[in-house]
Design a protein around this ligand. Structure first.
Ligand code: IMP
Ligand code: MG
Length: 184
């Protein structure tokens, strides 16, 4: 497949990065942290991170999910947030887990929702990839970052381009001429 010429982050490199992230998460989060992956992009990262964290023992750790869907509204891109479990999480410490932090708009919408509607107490953010050069919400700073990358459109390991490439065990990038510029 063409993408194999464009590997940015190999499967073994991802594994080492996750080991280091898991150690930091173990030391720098509340023992009863609620892991909250943003679906769908973070599914592979969250599953592997969870396995690594369990090796470092966080006995009170729990998991919940949030679905984030973006659609084109009348004037701008709108986000729809759905938390399937409906379980009360008021007062909890939450670790938001996402594949990539780009403009920061998604993370801002999710943190606002969790504080304002769900009334959680404290939020930390773990992302596998960070593209700081694209940030629009300047206050969005992740607590745990796997790798800082330049402005490339990346796919694989959960990240997609129009629904494709999520299954790859590594992260590659597409050339601008291989995309239409959308980052849905
Ligand atoms: P933000 O709201 O701009 O920070 O966007 C975050 C979301 O956009 C991520 O959760 C991804 O789903 C998507 N995204 C941003 N950059 C990329 C990329 O390079 N590849 C695939 N998806 C991306
Ligand atoms: Mg996403």
């Amino acid at each position: 497949m063409r993408l194999s010429n464009h590997v940015l982050f190999s499967a073994p490199a991802i594994g080492t990065t996750l080991e280091n992230m898991a150690k930091r998460i173990r030391n720098e989060t509340h023992p009863e942290i609620l892991f909250m992956p943003l679906m769908h992009g973070s599914f592979m990262f969250a599953a592997d991170l969870m396995r690594q964290v369990s090796r470092h023992c966080l006995p009170g750790l729990e998991m919940d999910f949030i679905n984030v869907r973006s659609y084109q509204g009348t004037e701008s891109k709108q986000l729809e947030l759905v938390r399937p479990s409906h379980r009360p999480i008021r007062g909890r410490h939450v670790l938001l887990i996402d594949d990539i932090l780009d403009t920061g708009k998604t993370m801002k919408a999710v943190t606002d929702y969790l504080f304002d509607v769900e009334q959680v107490d404290f939020i930390q953010i773990a992302v596998l990839l960070d593209k700081p050069s694209r940030r629009q919400v300047k206050t969005m700073r992740p607590d745990f970052v796997g790798k800082v990358i330049e402005d490339k459109f990346v796919v694989g390991y959960g990240l997609d381009y129009n629904g494709h490439y999520r299954e790859l065990p590594y992260i590659g990038y597409l050339e601008p001429e291989e995309t239409d510029g959308s980052t849905a």
